[in-house]
Design a protein around this ligand. Structure first.
Ligand SMILES: [Zn+2]
Ligand SMILES: [Zn+2]
Length: 148
């Protein structure tokens, strides 16, 4: 486990996710084609109050935060909901690293979620349009990775 103190903002009392992504890029072993960090800290980027995660578009690193996936759901006592949300957010961020952008379909994994209810509302699947994009991106990735 790596300490992420370097990304802490005392003014915001949150961690700046972009700074962590830069560090992750350095830490990624050559044998891994993507690196995903999971943090229990509250993350932000300067233009937003918080983020559930962040990814480098067409890059190698992404991160998700469990902080708001766990803490902001008084109506939910159901076990497993945090796991479901985390899986959705992790796949969403990994999608960005493969070049996928936000999707207007509210049930698609690539839909941008402002509120936790948006996360709960979307399914754990990519829509048909995003699936096509993803398949192409993975194929390209496979070709470039195997030719190294
Ligand atoms: Zn996104
Ligand atoms: Zn989609």
């Amino acid at each position: 486990m790596q300490r992420i103190d370097f990304a802490y903002s005392t003014a915001r009392q949150q961690h700046h996710s972009t700074a962590i992504l830069d560090k992750l890029t350095e830490l990624r072993p050559d044998s891994c084609f993507r690196i995903l960090a999971i943090s229990d800290r509250d993350l932000y980027i300067p233009i937003l109050t918080h983020v559930y995660g962040e990814a480098q578009l067409n890059g190698t690193a992404c991160i998700i935060s469990l902080y708001r996936l766990t803490h902001s759901q008084p109506p939910y006592q159901e076990s497993g909901i945090t796991t479901q949300r985390s899986i959705k957010e992790a796949l969403h961020e990994l999608g960005h690293t493969l070049g996928l952008r936000h999707c207007t379909d509210p049930s698609c994994l690539m839909h941008y979620c402002r509120r936790i209810s948006d996360v709960d509302h979307k399914t754990d699947r990519f829509c048909r349009y995003c699936q096509v994009w993803l398949r192409d991106a993975l194929e390209k990735e496979r070709l470039s990775f195997s030719s190294r």
